[in-house]
Design a protein around this ligand. Sequence first.
Ligand code: 13P
Ligand code: SF4
Length: 348
Amino acid sequence: MPATLDLHEEILALKKARNAVILAHNYQIGPIQDVADFVGDSLGLAYHAKATEADVIVFCGVHFMAESADVLTTDRQKVILPDLAAGCSMADMATANQVEECWNQLSQLGIADRTIPVTYMNSSAAIKSFTGKNGGTICTSSNAKSAMEWAFTQGEKILFLPDQHLGRNTAVLSMGLSLSECVIWNPWKPMGGLTEAEIRNAKVILWRGHCSVHGRFSAQNVVDVRTRIPGVQVLVHPECQHEVVSIADVVGSTEKIIQTVATSPAGSKWAIGTELNLVQRLSRTMPDKEIVFLDKTVCYCSTMNRIDLPHLVWALESLVEGRVVNQIIVAEEVRKYSKLALERMLAL
Ligand code: 13P
Ligand code: SF4
């Protein structure tokens, strides 16, 4: 029997023994998805974490997702991240101190009380807590438009953290704002590198963060693939740069990407701009369609890829032996307001 099949069987037995569920993100490798109880995008995973009654949630994704699961579950339940090195470089681009400093500066200008933080799920629990404390909400790539619409009923301006691209794409392409109404806050510069007039005139202040995986796709990739494959449709994640998203045929979360391709007719041609594991799986499982990666250079999310069967087996075996390893625990003082911000999102 191949080694992966052995591990597969072992994982199924171990999770049953410990009343555990495995939640996996759409970017996870095939062998992990095969043993998962639920596979989905960030929003679907948050709903599942909140709904499950299992004693243990083994989260096969990245750190901020596991933190959110811990916030949304009860004290009785434990959340485990099989490899603690599975982080997200975008989430690391906004620290709690930097965000507090930005807020202080907006307060000094007298505009913080009219500004609503809208924070992408890809952020630390501390920043989610800041968001909840200051009247804001969390969003994912599936509901960023609803989150912005809600925020504009609560205030005049949005501070969008930490992904400038999702913020800009939503503000301009979904909400109809102009590019000039969005400014970028650079946390490494005094006053975010902006003038007082720029801050006052902006409708959306975008944090200077981005995803290094999605940042690779360029408008030239779109032009090239349209020349190479006549009739191809370009389908991208909203973490891509604005010049890419604005000329794509379809834009959406990882789940929307999957559903769009799955429901398209046989013979359709798709060039997809998102993480490579997902694109490769779509191409493998839907051979009646032509599915290619938007860029010619391969690009995985290296941190999502940290989660593999050996780490998962180790985490589950440890649990069965009575040792809880790699538990993600959000500190009590952070939990209250990050929960408020997450619950606001789930109610949108
Ligand atoms: P989704 O919410 O679309 O699954 O995206 C999460 C993510 O990290 C994409 O890079
Ligand atoms: Fe973070 Fe980008 Fe990886 Fe998504 S693809 S988890 S945003 S680094």
